[in-house]
Design a protein around this ligand. Sequence first.
Ligand code: CA
Length: 228
Amino acid sequence: MLRVHVLIVEDERRLAEALGQIMKSQKYHVDIVHNGADGLEYALNEQYDVIILDVMLPKLDGFEVVRRLRERKDATPVLLLTARDDIPDKVQGLDCGADDYMTKPFSPEELLARTRALSRRQGEVVLDKLEFSDLTLHLSSNTLQCGAKSIHVGFKEFEVLKILIANAQTITTKEQLISKVWGADSDAEDNNVEAYISFLRKKFFYLGSGVGVETVRKVGYRLEKQKT
Ligand code: CA
């Protein structure tokens, strides 16, 4: 059996231990380090499926660790742990290349659910569809379905929509979309993203779906269910 390999970077030792226990109880293979510099070194030298990374860390903070990982083209999914509850920090976290964040305190169930979601992106488990409200995105046929109607979705729209659905509980930034769909080195710009968002809105409308793509000004996008 292929075990999912997780790195935990957390300087509060009791919390780090507790996280490790939770992960080990689910048969994850776990390494634990207690500062950002060690975290970066482990991350660069070992193949992890998911990195659970505290933001406030000695030596290097979590944002900086992710930034340096991404600079080295390391795409390992990163779940940031933040004690702070304000939006700017979260956005900074996602901006620097993290995949998800979780605000302390959190439940073991939430930690495991998010870790599972992130490790899937590494191809451990192949899903055949993603769902949001009345929409189903079929991953093997690139079709989007709403009730009896369905429509083919072009490659980039498909990638954009996958990310929006996977991040449905949070805001997806334009930078995330650009780096994941077009690649961090591409010269794609905000208006490329806007064009694809507009294609998706037209498809949702065509399908008669109640789902909308909300624009969060200066931040990004979020799927929204129909307001009834
Ligand atoms: Ca800390």
